[in-house]
Design a protein around this ligand. Structure first.
Ligand SMILES: [Ca+2]
Length: 250
């Protein structure tokens, strides 16, 4: 793993072998993310160690639900897929469900994409959903002065390892700060509030729909909570499956 122009990177070149290395390293990075030592005895069970990222299933990738698209990426919301409606996923299970389809949890790098996802939440009166946003607080995130303080500079999109802009101001190119100005502790997000309750770090980025009378906004939330999810095409996984399955139509 290394650093590349502000990205939190698992190295990958364009050839298939490097893609495999990249995928394996990505799996390691995520497993490390959930394999932190328990903070205390009441740590929720779904933070159990030893979970890994799923590899894509070529058939599922070829037949993935394409409910809407934005800038060349397809998306689906589990509540709109008959066999997935009503199901809830913790953050890692959510990533893995998406990854089987050559997708990942949604990453809102731009205001336009964020507005699209906020509108989806609003129109469906969904209480919340996950994004791929993750706090870099696991093995591999040490000795990175550029990520400190973590609550401002330590967030990234797991789907592509791009940094999330500093949490304490309106992102460049945006007209508003997507992080909520309030939460459990009546403080602006991210606030790591659950750590004070049961010792569990709020390491995952959720979109909550007016849970704190704050409209639709980003919150740091402990990763074991279960939510319906939005999946977005993963260029990395689509390219990997395309390069290893000659003639496949994705
Ligand atoms: Ca929070």
């Amino acid at each position: 793993m290394g650093k590349r122009d502000g990205a939190i990177v698992v190295e990958g070149r364009n050839d298939a072998d490097m893609k495999i290395v990249s995928l394996v390293l990505a799996a390691c990075a995520c497993a490390c993310a959930v394999a932190e030592p328990a903070i205390n005895q009441i740590r929720p069970v779904s933070n159990r160690p030893g979970r890994f990222l799923s590899l894509p299933n070529p058939q599922k990738c070829a037949n993935r639900p394409k409910q809407f698209s934005f800038r060349g990426h397809n998306y689906f919301f589990t509540e709109h897929v008959p066999e997935l409606a009503g199901k809830r996923y913790d953050w890692l299970d959510g990533r893995n469900l998406c990854r089987e389809y050559c997708m990942d949890l949604v990453s809102m790098e731009t205001q336009e994409e964020n507005n699209m996802i906020f509108k989806l939440i609003q129109q469906n009166d969904a209480p919340y959903t996950w994004s791929s946003g993750r706090l870099c607080d696991f093995k591999g995130c040490e000795n990175r002065p550029d990520l400190e303080p973590k609550n401002i500079f330590g967030w990234f999109w797991s789907a592509n390892r791009e940094k999330i802009q500093p949490t304490n101001k309106v992102p460049a190119g945006w007209g508003y700060n997507p992080w909520s100005q309030t939460g459990h502790k009546k403080q602006k997000q991210p606030d790591n509030a659950e750590f004070d309750i049961n010792g569990t770090t709020e390491s995952c980025l959720a979109i909550l729909n007016n849970v704190y009378n704050d409209g639709i906004a980003w919150h740091d939330v402990a990763c074991y909570h279960e939510k319906p999810i939005v999946c977005e095409d993963s260029d990395e996984l689509l390219n990997y499956v395309a390069s290893t399955n000659r003639g496949i139509r994705l």
